[in-house]
Design a protein around this ligand. Structure first.
Ligand code: PXG
Length: 459
């Protein structure tokens, strides 16, 4: 029996009875009932009631080439028929992860040439943590095991990934994180810059917090610094241009490895294949997932720099780590086709030279002036809108986060799917968006802001 034989009510009841959703207050969901998304095409998603929504979030930061791409379905089908699965353990390999690794080495920063596969960003960050700690053990410095991360960082939801992340609500529920991970300030100028402090100086000050943490622990105790080039789930926090080069300089000075989490920024989002290239840095590891397959298959790739791999290969022996689905042939076939499409359609260049700058201008000209908007910011096709009660003082509506949810609900009712995180609206659309799609989004968001304003001023 297919889902069409069920009414929305029935599906919602079954969902509530049997399906535990991620990051969800289950009691609340049971009362409201979930929205059932049934199909999608190009930049649009559709729910069971036929509502068409322009998807401003590319699913969950991942569907970079948009929905309904037959080529990806055909790549998966052909691979499933030929070889649905074989493992990459015990000196075996299959062709698609081999070819995908070659492709990834070609598009990655030049010091990054090897790949370790998993099925999710969280898994890839677990791999990264294990690999980096193992690296220092092989190098004869086992006490160099501390990781510096940042408050509000999101690195995934397994125990290691939650520990790496800096989300208080997640740590509380963890009730005991992986030890030796510390969190420093985030590079969030709108919220944290001092009065009169320039973006440039703020970026240097935020980077200095990394140096302070290294000095506090002692450089001989610090394995690595990890960060999202642009913090995603934490609210599209775009660091000033001074931040990343300074963080890299500090890491090199103290012989601390640099780990970038590009699960959101990887594969074109910032107008380069990787944000490492946008910010001009050469990390030792790059965590990627999501848009590697445009979400059509679960797959992650930890890209590993030459410094780590040369030690691992020469002195490491067996690295006792891996997953059943490391290098899954079907997922890798889909990733290869996805990267081919991104390349053929010139989507990375389009974001860099056309849609990215147009998106930035549209947000500035059409959204930033709204009474509810404290700041808009964007990089490539990744943007944020800060919702405030008072533009001048940056005062927020109370309770915290409620205003952004009001905006989001009006946006959805007006055909625009976007995400609220805290008091910030997030946009991370498919890279196939054109100038027309950006215009459509701005119109719908503008309308949602007007309607939300009417509601919020009544409170
Ligand atoms: N790193 C980063 C930077 C991420 O954004 C992960 C790791 C973990 O990936 P997996 O595949 O294990 O989920 C992510 C995931 C949100 C949201 O609400 C963001 C993510 C996942 C779920 C929700 O913005 N990012």
């Amino acid at each position: 029996m297919t889902y069409q034989n069920y009414s929305l009510k029935q599906l919602q009841q079954i969902d509530a009875a049997h399906h535990l959703h991620p990051f969800t207050d289950h009691k609340e969901l049971r009362e409201a009932g979930s929205r059932i998304i049934t199909h999608a095409n190009g930049p649009f998603i559709y729910d069971s009631e036929g509502l068409e929504l322009l998807d401003g979030m590319a699913g969950l930061w991942c569907v970079n080439i948009g929905y309904g791409r037959d080529e990806l379905a055909e790549a998966a089908y052909a691979q499933m028929k030929e070889l649905p699965y074989y493992n990459s353990f015990f000196k075996c390999s299959t062709p698609t992860p081999v070819l995908l690794s070659k492709k990834l080495a070609e598009i990655a920063p030049k010091n990054v040439n090897q790949v370790f596969y998993g099925s999710s960003g969280s898994e890839a960050n677990d791999t990264a943590l294990r690999l980096v700690r193992h690296y220092w053990v092989i190098e004869g410095k086992p006490e160099k095991n501390r990781i510096i991360s940042r408050k509000m960082a999101y690195h995934g939801s397994t125990i290691a990934a939650t520990s790496l992340g800096g989300m208080d609500a997640m740590h509380k529920q963890l009730n005991g994180a992986v030890p030796n991970i510390v969190h420093v300030m985030m590079p969030y100028a709108y919220g944290l810059a001092l009065p009169g402090e320039s973006d440039h100086d703020f970026g240097l000050r935020a980077a200095k917090s990394v140096e302070d943490a290294i000095l506090e622990a002692g450089a001989d105790k610090v394995a690595a610094f990890i960060g999202e080039p642009v913090m995603g789930a934490g609210g599209v926090k775009i660091p000033p241009a001074s931040y990343w080069p300074e963080v890299q300089r500090i890491c090199r000075k103290y012989d601390v490895l640099l780990m970038l989490d590009e699960v959101i920024t990887g594969y074109g989002r910032t107008g380069e294949w990787f944000a490492a290239q946008t910010f001009g840095i050469e990390p030792d590891t790059i965590t990627t997932a999501k848009a590697l397959t445009s979400g059509y298959q679960p797959l992650s790739a930890l890209l590993v720099g030459d410094r780590i791999t040369s030690t691992l290969v020469e002195k490491g022996g067996e690295f006792n780590h891996g997953y059943t689905y490391s290098g899954h042939p079907v997922a890798c076939a889909v990733a290869l086709k996805n990267l081919e499409i991104i390349e053929q359609e010139g989507l990375v260049e389009r974001v860099r030279n056309d849609t990215g700058p147009y998106f930035a201008k549209a947000l500035q000209e059409r959204i930033a002036g709204h009474d509810l908007v404290g700041e808009v910011r964007s990089i490539g096709l990744m943007g944020a809108i800060e919702i405030v009660k008072d533009k001048a003082t940056k005062e927020r509506f109370l309770p915290s986060g409620s205003a952004a949810v009001t905006v989001r609900d009006h946006a959805i009712a007006n055909g625009m799917m976007l995400r609220a995180t805290g008091d910030t609206m997030i946009l991370s659309p498919p890279l196939i968006w054109t100038r027309d799609t950006i215009d459509m989004a701005c119109e719908r968001i503008g309308k949602a802001l007007d309607l939300a304003q009417a509601d919020l001023r009544k409170r």
